[in-house]
Structure formats: structure tokens, C-alpha cells
Design a protein around this ligand. Structure first.
Ligand code: NAD
Ligand code: DAU
Length: 354
């Protein structure tokens, strides 16, 4: 059995669903259920006996120690984090608390458990830390993509907190010999993404005839990966990754934000001609830029391909088509999210008119 943290969020939930479909192994899913955690993401496995959900905090060392001793997992995969850059600009505290202090407590609980295992179980155990390409900072347009040896240069409170957690994970390997793996992935998109992030936000607003907010000049570049490909990459790293190593994960899909938004608008024109405003691109609205907005991220994913044989299955065109179709087919999921706390966030970030 494995223990996953943050498995009610976007990537974690996709991973748990993927894991139960691809393997026979049970999974314990520990999630605090913050605003970003949603049990609806896991509705299809609600009665699956191989999925055990526990509501709790990665910072609760006593709880984690109890879960580890009770279930004896062979691996822990840490997805749990505060993940939205704009929220980290408004209020960094939660990011430090969960991403730095929480990861530290999780590592301490795992160190206690791992240290008491038999020599064989100790050697086979893995702690896989899921991180981001944002720790490497921002690239110029002509710079080579980030490799695993690119120096860390985080620019937002979010990326700084993730960088700190990566350093702690690294230190637990070098100091205590804990068998850790770290993955640094580029921007994900796909089903169940909380609509504060660019792609689901744009889809939700477009369908409601609301402005599509583009920060700055819209020419910032992100390297997009379909979430299912991130899940298969994590499975590959867990199975065959070399202990203590870092693996960059990306889809070789660099796009400017305005290109991404125009693509979504074109697909919605085809797949949803009954929207209140068409063509959807008429809704594009340039707004004030994000503070400290990183210009470009790009991942060199050749190490994971060379060493583990992993390649993404989706191109941006196939992945975004699936994603648009999923959001259109799951309007109930979107409607349930677009209430309460979410409305307060939209007002704080984009103003009362939006
Ligand atoms: P998300 O915000 O959608 O989900 C985070 C989940 O973690 C939520 O279910 C939340 O309830 C849970 N959580 C938060 N604090 C917790 C705590 N203290 N204890 C237990 N659970 C807690 O995030 P996501 O987009 O799914 O990202 C998952 C991980 O992948 C994060 O570590 C993020 O840094 C990393 N990542 C994300 C992307 C991306 O594009 N979204 C890309 C690369 C890496
Ligand atoms: O690179 C990996 C990271 O990708 C992850 O570590 C983060 O958890 C994840 O949130 C994501 O960070 P970004 O800041 O790149 O994602 P976001 O969807 O917030 O923004 C994508 C780009 O779109 C970015 O350049 C900002 C821009 N943007 C975003 C929003 C929400 C807009 O132009 N308008 C918007 O309203």
C-alpha cells in the first residue's frame, strides 16, 4: 500500500484515480480538505475498498505517525501544498505553514517510521516529493529549458516555499539516508483543476459570458502538460527512479498565455456555440499584471525519457481538446465549486465587476 497526501486536490485526485486503475495496490489518501480539496473529485471511488480517505494535515506528526504504523505503506507521495501563486502574493503565511513547516513534520514522521523498518523494507521504501518547475525562476526567451541542475531562483512566495521543501527533502536523504525522489513538473491542466488557475478559469468565464482576464501583455510562456501524463511520470519515477535523484517532468509544449486562451476560445466556439457571447475570443480582457510575474518556464524532460523511458502521451492539442470536453460534460462539478469561498477569491483578485 502507498500513502498519498493532497489526494483530494487537482493532481492528487487524478493520481489516486489513475493509481487505482493502473495497479492493484491500495492507497491511503490524507488530505486537509482546504478550499482546494474536493471529495467530489473522488466520488467515482467512494465505495472502492482499496481507497482509504483520511482528513488531516501533513503538519500533524502524531496523526501521520499513527497512519504509517497502522498501514505500513511502502511509499509516501507528497502532493499536499498550497499551490496558487496569486494567493501566495495576497497571503504567504499558509504557504510557509503547509509547504515548509508541514513538509518538515511529514518528513519527521516518515523518518521515525522508516528508521524502525527491517533492512529490506528500509531499502525498498520511497518518499516521493512532488514539486514544481517554478523553483528554477524565470527564463529569457532565448534561454535553454530548465534541467535538473539549473540553480534554484524562486521568485514568488509560493515557489520559495516549494524550493524550501525541496531542500528539506534533499537534506533528509543526504543526512539520514532516507530514500527520497523529487519531481519538478511544469504547468498541468486537465479534469478537476480548481478554476482559480488559468485554463479552468478561462473556460468557466467563457461559458458564463464573463471577461477572460489576461495578465500584462499575455506573452508570458508556460510549458503545459496534461495531468494524466504527470501521473504516469510519477508512477515511472516511483517504480524505477534512482534514490536521491531529481526528475524534471514536462510536455515540450511551450505556449504564450494568449495562445492558450485563443485555442480554448476556438474549441468552445466549435463545441459550445450556445454560449452567451460568441465568438468567445471577444471576451479577452487585458488586466493588471501579476506582481513579479515570471516571464517564461520551460522544462527539459530528457533525463526522465533517457533513464526511465517516460514520454507524454498527449500533445497540447489532444490534451486541451479532452479538457474542454470534460469541463463541458461536468458542469455540475464546476457549478458546485463556483460558490462560497471561490466567489470571495474572484472578487479579491479581479474586483467586484468580474
Ligand atoms: P491543489 O491546490 O489543487 O491541491 C492541493 C491539495 O492539498 C488539496 O486537496 C488540499 O486540500 C491539500 N492540502 C493543502 N494543505 C494541506 C495540508 N496542510 N495537509 C494535507 N493536505 C493539504 O494543488 P495541485 O495543483 O493539485 O498541486 C499538487 C502538487 O503538485 C503541489 O505540491 C504543487 O506544488 C505541485 N505542482 C502543481 C502543478 C500544477 O500545475 N498544478 C505543477 C507542478 C507541481
Ligand atoms: O509551473 C508549475 C506551476 O504552474 C505550479 O507549480 C503551480 O501550482 C500552478 O498554479 C502553475 O502556476 P502558474 O502561476 O504558472 O499558473 P496559473 O494558472 O495561475 O497561471 C498561468 C499563466 O497565466 C501565468 O503566466 C499567469 C497567467 N494568468 C493566470 C490567471 C489565473 C492570467 O493571465 N490570468 C489569470 O487570471
Amino acid at each position: 500500500m502507498i500513502l498519498v497526501t493532497g489526494g483530494a486536490g487537482f493532481i492528487g485526485a487524478n493520481f489516486v484515480l489513475d493509481w487505482l486503475g493502473e495497479t492493484d495496490e491500495p492507497v491511503i489518501n490524507l488530505d486537509k480538505l482546504t478550499y482546494a480539496g474536493n471529495l467530489q473529485n473522488l466520488a467515482s471511488i467512494a465505495s472502492n475498498p482499496r481507497h482509504i480517505f483520511v482528513q488531516g494535515d501533513i503538519g500533524d506528526q502524531v496523526l501521520i505517525a499513527r497512519l504509517l504504523s497502522e498501514h505500513q505503506p511502502r511509499a509516501v507521495i507528497n502532493f499536499a501544498a498550497e499551490s496558487h501563486v496569486d494567493r501566495s502574493i495576497h497571503g504567504p503565511e499558509d504557504f510557509i505553514q503547509t509547504n515548509v513547516v508541514g513538509t518538515f513534520h511529514l518528513l519527521e514522521a516518515v523518518r521515525g517510521y522508516w528508521g524502525a523498518l527491517s533492512d529490506t523494507a528500509k531499502a525498498e521504501f520511497r518518499f516521493l516529493h512532488v514539486s514544481t518547475d517554478e523553483v528554477y525562476g524565470s527564463l529569457g526567451m532565448d534561454d535553454a529549458p530548465f534541467t535538473e541542475t539549473t540553480a534554484y531562483a524562486p521568485n514568488s512566495p509560493y515557489s520559495a516555499s516549494k524550493a524550501a521543501s525541496d531542500h528539506l527533502v534533499r537534506a533528509y536523504h543526504h543526512t539520514y539516508g532516507m530514500p527520497v525522489l523529487t519531481t519538478n513538473c511544469s504547468n498541468n491542466y486537465g479534469p478537476y483543476q480548481f478554476p482559480e488557475k488559468l485554463i479552468p478559469l478561462v473556460m468557466m468565464n467563457a461559458l458564463a459570458g464573463k471577461p477572460l482576464p489576461i495578465y500584462g501583455d499575455g506573452l508570458n510562456v508556460r510549458d503545459w502538460l496534461y495531468v494524466g501524463d504527470h501521473c504516469s511520470a510519477i508512477r515511472a519515477v516511483l517504480a524505477n527512479g534512482h534514490v536521491g535523484e531529481v526528475y524534471n517532468i514536462g510536455g515540450w509544449n511551450e505556449k504564450t498565455n494568449i495562445d492558450v486562451v485563443q485555442t480554448i476560445c476556438t474549441m468552445l466556439d466549435e463545441q459550445h456555440p450556445d454560449s452567451p457571447v460568441t465568438p468567445h475570443a471577444e471576451l479577452v480582457t487585458y488586466v493588471k499584471d501579476r506582481a513579479g510575474h515570471d516571464r517564461r518556464y520551460a522544462i527539459d524532460a530528457s533525463k526522465i525519457q533517457r533513464e526511465l523511458g517516460w514520454l507524454p502521451a498527449e500533445t497540447f492539442e489532444t490534451g486541451i481538446r479532452k479538457t474542454v470536453a470534460w469541463y463541458l460534460a461536468n458542469q455540475d462539478w464546476v457549478a458546485n465549486i463556483a460558490s462560497g469561498e471561490y466567489r470571495h477569491w474572484v472578487e479579491k483578485q479581479y474586483g467586484s465587476k468580474s
